[in-house]
Design a protein around this ligand. Sequence first.
Ligand code: ATP
Length: 779
Amino acid sequence: MASVSVRKSTALRARNGPSKLQPARSMPFDYRYSAAANGSGGAPAANGGGRRAAAAEAEKEDKEGEAVWLEGDDADSPYSSKAATAEEEVGERGGGGEEVDSAAAATPRRLSPTAATSPTQGDARWGDTSSYGAKKKHRVFCQLPNGDWALCTVLKTSGDESVLKVSEGKVLRLKTESLQPANPEILDGVDDLMQLSYLSEPSVLYNLQYRYSQDMIYTKAGPVLVAVNPFKKVSLYGTEYIDAYRNKTMDSPHVYAIADAALREMKRDEVNQSIIISGESGAGKTETAKIAMQYLASLGGGSGIEYEILQTNPILEAFGNAKTLRNDNSSRFGKLIEIHFSTTGRICGAMIQTFLLEKSRVVQSAVGERSYHIFYQLCAGAPASLREKLNLKKVDEFKYLKQSCCYSIAGVDDSQMFRTVTEAMNIVHISKEDQENVLAMVSAVLWLGDVSFTVIDNENHVEIIVDEASKTVAELLGCSIEDLNLALSKRHMKVNNENIVQKLTLAQATDARDALAKSVYASLFEWLVEQINKSLSVGKRRTGRSISILDIYGFESFDKNSFEQFCINYANERLQQHFNRHLFKLEQEEYVEDGIDWAKVDFEDNQDCLNLFEKKPLGLLSLLDEESTFPNATDLTFANKLKQHLNSNSCFRGERGKAFAVRHYAGEVAYDSSGFLEKNRDLLHMDSIQLLAKCKSSLPQMFASKMLAQSDISISVPYRSSAADSQKLSVAMKFKGQLFQLMQRLESTTPHFIRCIKPNNLQLPPHQGDEGDPEQTWE
Ligand SMILES: Nc1ncnc2c1ncn2[C@@H]1O[C@H](COP(=O)(O)OP(=O)(O)OP(=O)(O)O)[C@@H](O)[C@H]1O
């Protein structure tokens, strides 16, 4: 088969340089794609055998260039012990080319790696073929000073310079060595990047953009499915498409094809499967997970349980998703859904595991963002009787919601969503009574934000003000105002076996109030997931065969990065390693099977960064935990400790004050350690737990007993201001444990990877944004 010969020929090149493995390597950089992607026009050529043969021809023709390129590096195999500890460092991007005439640079066709700088180590080697490309007047890519790639034609080459036509009327003169060869036009829009003769960063971007402009949002990168978020409805889903993939009358890249492969392999090999979806925030992971679930439900359905499984989405999204600046429906938790199949291949149950809900959002969200959807849905959609019962106000009257000045989402009807969520709760068998209890907790959290304090002495000690807010909280939780006051304004401690009562200052009481709100909400979320799991497993016998879909928050790098980003990016390091190892392992097996002379392959192993996080006793997590146990430690002493112990680590950089930077696989992220210790300790004082335990309502009681049980089985005991405080694992350690378990579970499955890509930060579909400037593509 022609396609195979193309692949093999590419594979052979892997021995000494960038290769078919390059996509795996370049994938992590998806977070850099920062702006509107627009079409480059023209219909893609048919993607048949003739085309592949032409590609093979092009490959042959390029032998001259390839010969130069083969003089590459000699990196280690990921399977050697050396590679496992990642000796290699990420290549700094080195530039090429001269200053470009700014008028010329303003309009060329752009493919947008924001790539701050210049090509990667691997990409730089592509430059070796540039003189060949230039001589042949081939299409080449040049990188503009702003980092964008432009596709151009070589008009003339003299000495070490080439004159390039970038677009009509725009001509550039650049150093020939800085150019990168482009693929022949016949390869424009191939549905598998492996079919490209040149597999460089601009070639990959160009191909994805080419397809995207024609609503072909899915592309294969060998075994990985790349999904570019269309930010609009695309007619690629539904029964007809499902049938086409089931009957194999359609084989273009699609989430359905991945789900189908998982299902077939599970049945054929009797091995559990996983579909691992990754990508930055807003890239489309959750939507992709739902599309995969839809396919599995359709093929494995029949018992009705598949409908229940699909109905978990609106519930989890209402309680765990929020509008952020990057995504109107951003999941603020990680999710693994394990779908169980019977021996006949029918869905017989499911189990959902969630990871680290972003609790801080309950009490604080940035301007332009929202807290969790359910708060707005409840206020907008609750029927009159419920409104009265829960004493609901308008969203802009609650302090927790008011601070971000953002109450609605364009195109979203919160009131309608409320009905969808309650209907979904019915379907997963959450009783009407329980639903009301759940919503009472949601309202209690909102009202807690309105609880205020009055100073009672000249030491700034406080008591709660008895008003509508405190009365409503007490009513909804089922406690007395006196008990609420006691929990939020005093702290009971045992010092030298003596019980003492400490009065809280305004700041301490406000913290205690917010901690209670966060805890109640997080416990509620946990409880809901438990109820859903009970419903999905009731009466269903597990056969042991399953397909797990992982939708976990993507790599995050903001202007200010806090503890949440620290944990999220750590999780992504773990997943990236899983991704790397499996892809390379699969490749190696394929080479061995095909009798290809296999040698070392250059790839970015992120083990060094993982070590930076996990090493004991001098890793980021251990040092954070250690510092969290010291009552007098502050975020500054934590940051200083990091600098003291980790400054020589190549993945770490100490910055001024409380800041530090980590060199992640996807780029460097600067963290501000403000709030790290408090968020890691995540203390809810025993007074608050006891308050919940004393409440008449069933949910607070359950939350309290769970908290107490957790403190009993705790292994490490972080900071305790008193012997009475809740003892439990720190947040970072609990998260690390969850991730280890997750990795173990994933290791026992056959993985299928989907890498979602966000083509722009404006949530714009293809073709938008280029009106009036037809040449501008990605910016
Ligand atoms: N296949 C698709 N078709 C149409 N729209 C899509 C598709 N995938 C994503 N979108 C759009 O992009 C938005 C963001 O997608 P999604 O919420 O799945 O991103 P995410 O990667 O899960 O983000 P986060 O990490 O913030 O949760 C969706 O709300 C939807 O509007």
